[in-house]
Write a protein that binds this ligand. Structure first.
Ligand SMILES: [Zn+2]
Length: 144
């Protein structure tokens, strides 16, 4: 329902050159690769993508995420609410060859952007990298 519409796809190199900005909101439950992680409805992640360049002038985007994702506590199997709040710089690669070259030359994350990108896929990738693998309630779990 959210963020999968084709009209959201964007040219990241053009966005970088114009220092443009896009934003939206996704329901983490709608992201297929998060299906096993997300505990149920009620989450949301607001995303902002800004065109920029890194310190060496290479085209890049920043992806900022802010929101909450319901996850299953691995100790009590209850639901916990994981807060998401981060911004990541992604260098833009033209193709896979470019990706390998940039990966070796930089500490930054690199994304292939020769074709238009779907913001929801970027958000999904970032959440897969950052959500805890084995989430647990902080401190004591509440009684079920
Ligand atoms: Zn728990």
């Amino acid at each position: 329902m959210h963020g999968r519409a084709q009209d959201r796809w964007f040219d990241a190199f053009r966005l970088a050159a114009s220092r443009g900005e896009l934003s939206g909101r996704v329901d983490p439950q709608s992201l297929p690769r998060l299906e096993e992680l997300v505990a149920g409805p009620g989450g949301h992640v607001d995303w902002t993508i800004r065109g920029c360049a890194d310190a060496e002038g290479r085209p890049a985007i920043t992806l900022a995420l802010e929101g909450v994702v319901p996850l299953t506590c691995q100790r009590c199997l209850g639901t916990l609410t994981e807060r998401v709040g981060r911004a990541t710089l992604l260098l833009l690669a033209r193709d896979d060859t470019d990706l390998v070259r940039l990966d070796e030359a930089s500490e930054q994350e690199v994304v292939v952007a020769g074709e238009p990108l779907d913001p929801a896929t970027l958000v999904e990738d970032e959440l897969l990298l950052t959500l805890p693998f084995a989430p647990r309630h902080e401190g004591e779990c509440a009684d079920p």
